[in-house]
Design a protein around this ligand. Structure first.
Ligand SMILES: Nc1ncnc2c1ncn2[C@@H]1O[C@H](COP(=O)(O)OP(=O)(O)OP(=O)(O)O)[C@@H](O)[C@H]1O
Length: 238
Protein backbone atom coordinates (compact mmCIF):
# COMPACT_ATOMS: atom_id res chain seq x y z
CA UNK A 1 0.00 0.00 0.00
CA UNK A 2 1.22 3.49 -0.91
CA UNK A 3 -0.28 6.50 0.85
CA UNK A 4 0.43 10.03 -0.33
CA UNK A 5 -1.10 12.69 1.91
CA UNK A 6 -1.17 16.42 1.18
CA UNK A 7 2.20 16.22 -0.54
CA UNK A 8 3.75 19.49 -1.70
CA UNK A 9 7.12 20.00 -3.35
CA UNK A 10 8.35 23.34 -4.68
CA UNK A 11 11.32 24.16 -6.85
CA UNK A 12 12.42 27.80 -6.65
CA UNK A 13 9.11 28.72 -5.03
CA UNK A 14 7.11 27.16 -7.85
CA UNK A 15 5.04 24.09 -6.86
CA UNK A 16 5.88 20.97 -8.90
CA UNK A 17 3.47 18.96 -6.71
CA UNK A 18 0.72 20.85 -4.92
CA UNK A 19 -1.27 19.32 -2.03
CA UNK A 20 -1.46 15.87 -3.63
CA UNK A 21 -3.23 12.97 -1.89
CA UNK A 22 -3.92 9.45 -3.15
CA UNK A 23 -3.59 5.81 -2.14
CA UNK A 24 -2.41 2.87 -4.24
CA UNK A 25 -3.92 -0.45 -3.26
CA UNK A 26 -2.35 -3.90 -3.38
CA UNK A 27 -3.59 -6.50 -5.83
CA UNK A 28 -3.98 -3.98 -8.65
CA UNK A 29 -1.87 -2.24 -11.23
CA UNK A 30 -2.25 1.53 -10.87
CA UNK A 31 -1.25 3.93 -13.63
CA UNK A 32 0.08 7.35 -12.62
CA UNK A 33 -0.76 9.43 -15.64
CA UNK A 34 -0.16 12.98 -16.73
CA UNK A 35 1.48 15.11 -19.41
CA UNK A 36 5.20 15.96 -19.35
CA UNK A 37 6.03 18.16 -16.40
CA UNK A 38 2.82 17.31 -14.51
CA UNK A 39 4.65 16.22 -11.34
CA UNK A 40 4.83 12.42 -11.68
CA UNK A 41 8.60 12.00 -11.26
CA UNK A 42 8.68 14.55 -8.43
CA UNK A 43 6.02 12.57 -6.54
CA UNK A 44 7.90 9.30 -7.11
CA UNK A 45 11.23 10.83 -6.07
CA UNK A 46 9.76 11.99 -2.77
CA UNK A 47 8.10 8.59 -2.28
CA UNK A 48 11.48 6.89 -2.79
CA UNK A 49 13.32 9.20 -0.41
CA UNK A 50 15.32 10.94 -3.15
CA UNK A 51 13.80 14.34 -2.46
CA UNK A 52 12.39 15.97 0.65
CA UNK A 53 8.82 17.25 0.54
CA UNK A 54 7.96 20.82 1.56
CA UNK A 55 4.77 19.47 3.11
CA UNK A 56 2.79 16.27 3.56
CA UNK A 57 3.87 12.63 3.64
CA UNK A 58 4.56 9.77 1.26
CA UNK A 59 4.40 6.35 2.92
CA UNK A 60 5.10 2.79 1.80
CA UNK A 61 3.46 0.21 4.03
CA UNK A 62 2.94 2.93 6.64
CA UNK A 63 6.57 4.12 6.70
CA UNK A 64 8.63 6.76 4.99
CA UNK A 65 11.21 5.26 2.64
CA UNK A 66 14.11 6.27 4.86
CA UNK A 67 12.50 4.46 7.83
CA UNK A 68 12.18 1.13 5.98
CA UNK A 69 14.22 -1.62 7.55
CA UNK A 70 14.82 -3.53 4.31
CA UNK A 71 14.19 -0.95 1.56
CA UNK A 72 14.99 -3.15 -1.44
CA UNK A 73 12.91 -6.00 -0.10
CA UNK A 74 9.99 -3.65 0.55
CA UNK A 75 9.95 -1.53 -2.57
CA UNK A 76 11.49 -2.08 -5.99
CA UNK A 77 11.90 0.98 -8.15
CA UNK A 78 12.80 1.96 -11.68
CA UNK A 79 13.53 5.65 -12.09
CA UNK A 80 14.87 7.59 -15.04
CA UNK A 81 18.59 8.16 -15.01
CA UNK A 82 19.60 5.60 -12.37
CA UNK A 83 21.65 3.34 -14.61
CA UNK A 84 24.38 0.76 -14.04
CA UNK A 85 28.09 1.34 -14.70
CA UNK A 86 28.40 0.79 -18.51
CA UNK A 87 31.57 -1.31 -18.19
CA UNK A 88 29.87 -3.79 -15.91
CA UNK A 89 28.28 -7.04 -17.05
CA UNK A 90 24.54 -7.20 -16.34
CA UNK A 91 24.87 -10.23 -14.09
CA UNK A 92 27.62 -8.53 -12.05
CA UNK A 93 25.53 -5.37 -11.69
CA UNK A 94 22.62 -7.36 -10.26
CA UNK A 95 24.88 -9.55 -8.10
CA UNK A 96 26.42 -6.43 -6.55
CA UNK A 97 22.97 -5.06 -5.65
CA UNK A 98 21.87 -8.46 -4.34
CA UNK A 99 24.97 -8.88 -2.17
CA UNK A 100 24.69 -5.43 -0.65
CA UNK A 101 21.08 -6.13 0.28
CA UNK A 102 21.42 -9.70 1.55
CA UNK A 103 19.44 -11.09 -1.36
CA UNK A 104 20.37 -14.67 -2.37
CA UNK A 105 22.44 -15.00 -5.54
CA UNK A 106 19.95 -17.36 -7.18
CA UNK A 107 17.45 -14.49 -7.29
CA UNK A 108 19.74 -12.72 -9.80
CA UNK A 109 19.19 -15.55 -12.28
CA UNK A 110 15.47 -15.63 -11.56
CA UNK A 111 15.00 -11.95 -12.36
CA UNK A 112 17.19 -12.16 -15.48
CA UNK A 113 14.92 -14.97 -16.66
CA UNK A 114 11.78 -12.98 -15.77
CA UNK A 115 12.78 -10.06 -17.99
CA UNK A 116 14.22 -12.24 -20.77
CA UNK A 117 17.89 -11.31 -20.35
CA UNK A 118 19.37 -14.70 -19.43
CA UNK A 119 21.14 -15.02 -22.79
CA UNK A 120 22.66 -11.53 -22.48
CA UNK A 121 23.54 -11.73 -18.78
CA UNK A 122 27.31 -11.77 -19.36
CA UNK A 123 27.34 -8.90 -21.85
CA UNK A 124 28.62 -5.51 -20.73
CA UNK A 125 25.81 -3.02 -20.20
CA UNK A 126 27.39 -0.51 -22.62
CA UNK A 127 26.51 -2.89 -25.46
CA UNK A 128 22.87 -3.09 -24.42
CA UNK A 129 20.09 -1.49 -26.44
CA UNK A 130 17.73 0.99 -24.74
CA UNK A 131 15.13 -1.76 -24.36
CA UNK A 132 17.65 -4.14 -22.79
CA UNK A 133 18.74 -1.45 -20.32
CA UNK A 134 15.13 -0.84 -19.43
CA UNK A 135 14.60 -4.57 -18.81
CA UNK A 136 17.76 -4.68 -16.68
CA UNK A 137 16.34 -1.80 -14.61
CA UNK A 138 13.12 -3.76 -14.12
CA UNK A 139 15.14 -6.84 -13.13
CA UNK A 140 16.92 -4.75 -10.47
CA UNK A 141 13.56 -3.51 -9.17
CA UNK A 142 12.35 -7.12 -8.87
CA UNK A 143 15.49 -8.38 -7.10
CA UNK A 144 14.19 -8.07 -3.54
CA UNK A 145 10.83 -9.65 -4.49
CA UNK A 146 9.29 -6.49 -2.98
CA UNK A 147 5.71 -5.94 -1.82
CA UNK A 148 5.60 -2.67 -3.76
CA UNK A 149 6.85 -1.89 -7.26
CA UNK A 150 7.25 1.71 -8.42
CA UNK A 151 8.19 2.11 -12.06
CA UNK A 152 8.70 5.38 -13.93
CA UNK A 153 7.83 4.87 -17.62
CA UNK A 154 8.66 1.12 -17.56
CA UNK A 155 7.91 0.38 -21.21
CA UNK A 156 9.93 3.30 -22.55
CA UNK A 157 12.14 2.05 -25.38
CA UNK A 158 10.73 -1.47 -25.45
CA UNK A 159 9.62 -3.16 -28.65
CA UNK A 160 6.11 -4.70 -28.83
CA UNK A 161 7.36 -8.07 -27.53
CA UNK A 162 9.12 -6.31 -24.64
CA UNK A 163 6.00 -4.28 -23.84
CA UNK A 164 3.91 -7.44 -23.75
CA UNK A 165 6.41 -9.18 -21.53
CA UNK A 166 6.56 -6.32 -19.02
CA UNK A 167 2.78 -5.97 -19.09
CA UNK A 168 2.28 -9.69 -18.29
CA UNK A 169 4.88 -9.51 -15.56
CA UNK A 170 3.26 -6.51 -13.86
CA UNK A 171 -0.20 -8.04 -14.08
CA UNK A 172 1.05 -11.29 -12.53
CA UNK A 173 2.86 -9.35 -9.85
CA UNK A 174 -0.28 -7.45 -8.88
CA UNK A 175 -2.39 -10.61 -9.09
CA UNK A 176 -0.19 -12.13 -6.38
CA UNK A 177 -1.37 -9.40 -4.00
CA UNK A 178 1.44 -6.91 -4.46
CA UNK A 179 1.16 -3.17 -5.15
CA UNK A 180 2.22 -1.89 -8.58
CA UNK A 181 2.43 1.80 -9.46
CA UNK A 182 3.63 2.79 -12.91
CA UNK A 183 3.91 6.27 -14.29
CA UNK A 184 3.34 7.10 -17.90
CA UNK A 185 2.34 9.84 -20.27
CA UNK A 186 1.07 7.21 -22.69
CA UNK A 187 -2.54 6.64 -21.79
CA UNK A 188 -3.50 4.02 -24.39
CA UNK A 189 -0.57 1.85 -23.43
CA UNK A 190 -1.31 2.19 -19.72
CA UNK A 191 -4.95 1.34 -20.29
CA UNK A 192 -3.83 -2.11 -21.47
CA UNK A 193 -1.99 -2.76 -18.20
CA UNK A 194 -3.60 -0.79 -15.38
CA UNK A 195 -6.77 -1.42 -13.37
CA UNK A 196 -6.81 1.98 -11.68
CA UNK A 197 -5.52 5.37 -12.69
CA UNK A 198 -4.41 8.51 -10.93
CA UNK A 199 -4.29 11.49 -13.25
CA UNK A 200 -2.10 14.47 -12.40
CA UNK A 201 -1.89 17.78 -14.23
CA UNK A 202 0.12 20.88 -13.26
CA UNK A 203 0.97 19.34 -9.90
CA UNK A 204 -2.59 18.51 -8.86
CA UNK A 205 -4.64 15.31 -8.93
CA UNK A 206 -7.50 15.68 -11.39
CA UNK A 207 -8.91 12.12 -11.33
CA UNK A 208 -8.48 8.92 -9.37
CA UNK A 209 -10.33 5.63 -9.79
CA UNK A 210 -10.85 2.52 -11.90
CA UNK A 211 -9.55 3.20 -15.38
CA UNK A 212 -12.73 1.96 -16.99
CA UNK A 213 -14.78 4.59 -15.18
CA UNK A 214 -12.58 7.53 -16.18
CA UNK A 215 -13.62 7.60 -19.81
CA UNK A 216 -17.34 7.60 -18.99
CA UNK A 217 -19.03 10.56 -20.65
CA UNK A 218 -16.00 11.47 -22.72
CA UNK A 219 -16.44 9.24 -25.76
CA UNK A 220 -12.93 7.81 -25.64
CA UNK A 221 -10.17 7.35 -23.12
CA UNK A 222 -8.07 9.79 -25.09
CA UNK A 223 -10.58 12.62 -24.94
CA UNK A 224 -11.17 11.88 -21.25
CA UNK A 225 -7.50 12.45 -20.51
CA UNK A 226 -7.25 15.59 -22.59
CA UNK A 227 -10.36 16.93 -20.85
CA UNK A 228 -9.03 16.04 -17.40
CA UNK A 229 -5.60 17.52 -17.99
CA UNK A 230 -6.90 20.55 -19.87
CA UNK A 231 -4.62 19.63 -22.72
CA UNK A 232 -6.98 19.04 -25.62
CA UNK A 233 -4.36 19.63 -28.30
CA UNK A 234 -1.98 17.18 -26.68
CA UNK A 235 0.65 19.88 -26.13
CA UNK A 236 1.82 18.11 -23.02
CA UNK A 237 3.21 15.21 -25.03
CA UNK A 238 0.39 12.69 -24.64
N1 LIG B 1 15.16 19.41 -9.83
C1 LIG B 1 14.29 20.28 -10.30
N2 LIG B 1 14.54 21.60 -10.27
C2 LIG B 1 13.65 22.51 -10.75
N3 LIG B 1 12.46 22.18 -11.27
C3 LIG B 1 12.14 20.89 -11.33
C4 LIG B 1 13.03 19.86 -10.85
N4 LIG B 1 12.43 18.65 -11.02
C5 LIG B 1 11.23 18.93 -11.61
N5 LIG B 1 11.05 20.24 -11.78
C6 LIG B 1 9.86 20.90 -12.36
O1 LIG B 1 8.74 20.38 -11.69
C7 LIG B 1 7.67 20.17 -12.58
C8 LIG B 1 7.23 18.69 -12.53
O2 LIG B 1 8.25 17.88 -13.13
P1 LIG B 1 8.23 16.29 -13.12
O3 LIG B 1 9.53 15.84 -13.66
O4 LIG B 1 7.83 15.83 -11.77
O5 LIG B 1 7.06 15.97 -14.14
P2 LIG B 1 6.66 14.59 -14.84
O6 LIG B 1 5.19 14.51 -14.74
O7 LIG B 1 7.46 13.49 -14.28
O8 LIG B 1 7.06 14.84 -16.35
P3 LIG B 1 7.71 13.84 -17.45
O9 LIG B 1 6.58 13.02 -17.99
O10 LIG B 1 8.24 14.82 -18.45
O11 LIG B 1 8.78 13.06 -16.78
C9 LIG B 1 8.14 20.62 -13.94
O12 LIG B 1 7.71 21.95 -14.15
C10 LIG B 1 9.65 20.57 -13.83
O13 LIG B 1 10.25 21.51 -14.65
Amino acid sequence: MIEITRLTKRYGGKPAVDDVSFTVRPGRVTGFLGPNGAGKSTTLRVLLGLDRPDGGTALIGGRRYRDLRHPLRTVGALLDGAGPVPERRAVDHLTWIAQSNRIPRRRVHEVLELVGLTGAARQRVKGYSLGMRQRLGIAAALLGDPEVLVLDEPVNGLDPEGVRRVRDLLREYAASGRTVLLSSHLMAETAETADDAIVIARGRIVAHGPLAGLSAGHGSLESAFFALTGDREGRGGW
